[in-house]
Design a binder for this molecule. Structure first.
Ligand code: PEP
Ligand code: MN
Length: 323
C-alpha cells in the first residue's frame, strides 16, 4: 500500500503470483531485483490517454474539412524544406490535383550538421501558407523548439514534431497546451511504447489531436536510410486510438523505392501518408535524392487508389474504387 497499490496473492504449487492492483507508475526493475522474485510483467500499459481503451472507437482528427483517422487515407505531400513561394506554388498545384489535402515543407530544419541549411524560418512559413491558400490545401510544418511555436502557429495547420524531438519533453508539453493538431514522428531508436508515451505527454496537457507517424527506425541494415516498420501500423492501431501516418521517404532514403513502401503502408492500414515531392529534386536544397518527382507522385496516387480500394478505403481526394 505504501507503494500505491494493493497486492493480490495467488499461491500455486511452484510459484506464487503477486498482482499489483491499481499500480500506476512503477519501475518494474525495482521489483525484479527483490530477493525471491523470478519475473515481473506489466499487464496494463503505462499510457492512458493514448491507449485504445480510452477511446475504443478510434480518433478522427478534424482539421478544416479534412478528417484524419476516418475512412479516407489522407495524403500530405511537399518538399523537405520550403525553398520559395514559386516552388511551393508549383508543387501545391500538382499535389492538389493528384488528391493531396495537405502540403508539407519545413521552415525550421533539424539537420545532422550545424553547417547544413537550417530553413527559411518565417519567410518560408509565409511562402507555404500563401501557396496552400491559393490551392486549397492545409499546411504541416515542423517546429523544433518551443520558442518557434507562437510564430509557426500563425501560419500552419498541423505542427510536425521531428524524429529527433520525439523525446523533447518540454516541447511536447508546450504543444500539449497548443490548440493545434500535432503529428508526432517516431524517434529513430524509439519503441512503439516510447512513441505512445511521448504522445501521452502532449495529451496529458490537454491537446488530444495527435497523429502518430512511422518514418523508419535505425536497425543494423545499411542498404536503406532507415528501416520502415510496417508492423508498427497494425500494432499501434491495437494499442492506441490515434491515427497512424507513414512517411516512406525518410525510411527508404531513395526516391525509386518510395512507391512500394507507400503502397505497403496503405495496404497495412495507414490512415495517411507524409510524402516528400519536389518539382526538381536533383537540385533540391535538402533530401532531393529521396523526394519524388511530380510525375512519380501522380503515378503513385493512381496506384494508391487501387490499393486503398482493396482495403475498402478511398484515397485522398479521389472517388473510392471497388476492387
Ligand atoms: C522531415 O520530415 O523532413 C524530417 C526532418 O523528418 P524526420 O524528423 O522524420 O527525420
Ligand atoms: Mn526531409
Amino acid at each position: 500500500v505504501s507503494q500505491g497499490f494493493d497486492v493480490h496473492r495467488s499461491t500455486g504449487v511452484e510459484h506464487t503470483i503477486l498482482g499489483a492492483v491499481g499500480a500506476k507508475v512503477v519501475d518494474t526493475r525495482d521489483y525484479r531485483v527483490v530477493e525471491g522474485v523470478k519475473e515481473v510483467h506489466r499487464i496494463s500499459e503505462p499510457y492512458k490517454l493514448a491507449s485504445r481503451a480510452f477511446r475504443p472507437e478510434g480518433t478522427v482528427v478534424e482539421i478544416g474539412d479534412v478528417k484524419v483517422g476516418g475512412d479516407e487515407v489522407i495524403v500530405m505531400a511537399g518538399p523537405c524544406t520550403i525553398e520559395s513561394f514559386e516552388f511551393c506554388d508549383i508543387v501545391a498545384e500538382r499535389v492538389k490535383a493528384a488528391g493531396a489535402k495537405i502540403i508539407r515543407g519545413g521552415a525550421f530544419k533539424p539537420r545532422t550538421s550545424p553547417y547544413s541549411f537550417q530553413g527559411h524560418g518565417e519567410g518560408g512559413l509565409k511562402a507555404i501558407r500563401k501557396a496552400a491558400d491559393k490551392h486549397g490545401l492545409l499546411v504541416i510544418s515542423e517546429v523544433m523548439e518551443s520558442s518557434q511555436l507562437p510564430l509557426a502557429q500563425e501560419y500552419i495547420d498541423i505542427i510536425q514534431i521531428g524524429a529527433r524531438n520525439m523525446q523533447n519533453y518540454g516541447l511536447l508539453r508546450d504543444i500539449g497546451k497548443a490548440n493545434k493538431p500535432a503529428l508526432l514522428k517516431r524517434g529513430m531508436s524509439a519503441t512503439i511504447s516510447d512513441l505512445l508515451l511521448a504522445a501521452e505527454y502532449i495529451m496529458s496537457e490537454g491537446n488530444q489531436q495527435v497523429l502518430l507517424c512511422e518514418r523508419g527506425i535505425r536497425t543494423f541494415e545499411t542498404q536503406t536510410r532507415n528501416t520502415l516498420d510496417i508492423s508498427a501500423i497494425p500494432v499501434i492501431h491495437d494499442l492506441s486510438h490515434l491515427p497512424v501516418i507513414v512517411d516512406p521517404n525518410h525510411a527508404i532514403g531513395v526516391r525509386e523505392k518510395v512507391a512500394p513502401l507507400a503502397r505497403a503502408a496503405v495496404a497495412a492500414g495507414a490512415d495517411g501518408l507524409l510524402i516528400e515531392v519536389h518539382h526538381d529534386p536533383d537540385n533540391a536544397i535538402c533530401d532531393g535524392a529521396q523526394s519524388l518527382k511530380l510525375e512519380q507522385f501522380d503515378e503513385l496516387m493512381q496506384e494508391l487508389k487501387v490499393i486503398a480500394g482493396a482495403v475498402n478505403r478511398p484515397i485522398s481526394g479521389q472517388e473510392a474504387v471497388k476492387v
